[in-house]
Design a binder for this molecule. Structure first.
Ligand code: DSN
Length: 391
């Protein structure tokens, strides 16, 4: 590069990523091909509109790129093109979720989503996000006893509040979601069911987590977490009598965004092809095996794991232990000094503030990409234990 300052910073970040043990549950490490597509000349092109219907000329090749990404996305998740369509233009997860509400929920209407402090996402209606400013959040959560989704309570809330849309999905909930139960509740109150599979999309693609497509009207996902693509997002919409794909397309462009980032879309297409392979399915299975081994060892060492375990790529670990342990901020800082990167995270019913909560969130997707197996995660658990118990 001619710009030596930026070149040096990129190199330094590359080295940092290689050196550390990265347990951020929403991160991963992409292939060289994904980086090549992302850094290509496709970034030069404006392409407002959709394949075959663009506002600017010169989009013959861009149309092929975007159509290929769509075809690969539908194929990867085993979707019949007569029944499902996909929009690959959302710049990332938050705009993807906003586009769905813009398309399907009248302003001021109710979005029923998992509350942030029980493991949901800001864009599932939290008041500090646009999703909670233009729409009204009806929060649901988990049971205090089991620390798992409480479907009786969820149904009661839905019947009382009659939301326009129910959102199933998480950023810090380590368990399998029963999509069928969500469908039954949505049907009982006439709501759309949206599944935000951002965290577990790669596990669904790799057959290591149940697919939400049998039950959802709309499925959103980012492309850079377990799916191991570039930063980006997709919205899958069911082709039914309400013509959801058309409503979603209009909400993405011109409703919310301008020109799509076609270099990013090409990189998504590359990642989707990579995920459609036996090697990737093995990877997804290994993620879940690694997380279970990791969680079991941490529990053996005396730590409390929220919900008593995990079915996914993530663990929510109580490090505060009601005052017997240490705060989440100190835990995260100490681990970073020891070369282990995690994020501090609230645990359900947390009594401590978000800036220094009782927990940390641990994910295994990136270290599994680097080739780690169960025995390696047992070692990482022991190292975490040692660092957190240091006086
Ligand atoms: N920042 C992502 C996560 O860590 O889960 C969600 O947006």
């Amino acid at each position: 590069m001619k710009d030596k300052q930026i070149e040096k910073l990129i190199q330094a970040e590359r080295m940092r990523q290689k050196k550390v043990i990265n347990l951020i549950a929403s991160e991963n490490m992409v292939s060289k091909d994904v980086l090549t597509a992302l850094g290509s000349e496709l970034t030069n092109k404006y392409a407002e509109g959709y394949p075959g219907k663009r506002y600017y000329g010169g989009n013959e090749i861009i149309d092929k790129v975007e159509s290929l990404a769509q075809t690969r996305a539908l194929k990867l998740f085993g979707l019949d093109t007569e029944k499902w369509a996909v929009n690959v233009q959302p710049l990332s997860g938050s705009p993807a979720n906003l586009a769905v509400y813009l398309a399907l929920v009248p302003q001021g209407g109710k979005v029923m989503g998992m509350s942030l402090d029980h493991g949901g996402h800001l864009t599932h209606g939290h008041k500090v996000s646009a999703s909670g400013k233009f729409w009204a959040q009806v929060p649901y959560g988990i049971s205090k006893e089991t620390e798992m989704l409480d479907f009786d309570a969820i149904k009661e809330i839905a019947v009382r509040e009659k939301p326009a849309i129910i959102v199933a999905g998480f950023t810090a909930y380590p368990r399998i979601i029963d999509f069928k139960k969500f469908r039954e509740i949505a049907d009982a109150v006439g709501a759309y069911l949206m599944v935000d599979m951002s965290h577990f999309a790669g596990l669904v693609a790799g057959h290591a987590y149940p697919s939400p497509f049998e039950y959802a009207d709309v499925v959103t996902t980012t492309t850079h977490k377990t799916l191991r693509g570039p930063r980006g997002a997709m919205i899958f919409a069911k082709k039914d009598t309400r013509d959801l794909p058309k409503l979603i397309d209009k909400a993405v462009f011109p409703g919310l965004q301008g020109g799509p980032h076609e270099n990013q879309i090409a990189a998504v297409a590359v990642a989707l092809k990579e995920a459609d392979s036996g090697a990737y399915r093995k990877y997804a299975g290994q993620i879940v095996k690694n997380t279970k081994a990791f969680s079991d060892e941490l529990m053996k060492l005396g730590w409390r794991i929220v919900s008593g375990g995990t079915d996914t790529h993530l663990i929510l670990m109580d490090v505060w232990l009601g005052g017997k342990g240490i705060g989440g901020k100190e835990a995260s800082d100490r681990l970073e000094k020891a070369g282990i990167i995690v994020n501090k995270n609230a645990i359900p019913f947390d009594t401590r503030p978000p800036a220094d909560p009782s927990g940390i969130r641990l994910g295994t997707a990136e270290e599994t990409t680097k080739g780690k197996k169960e025995k390696d995660f047992v070692k990482i658990a022991r190292k975490i234990d040692e660092v957190l118990r240091m006086k």
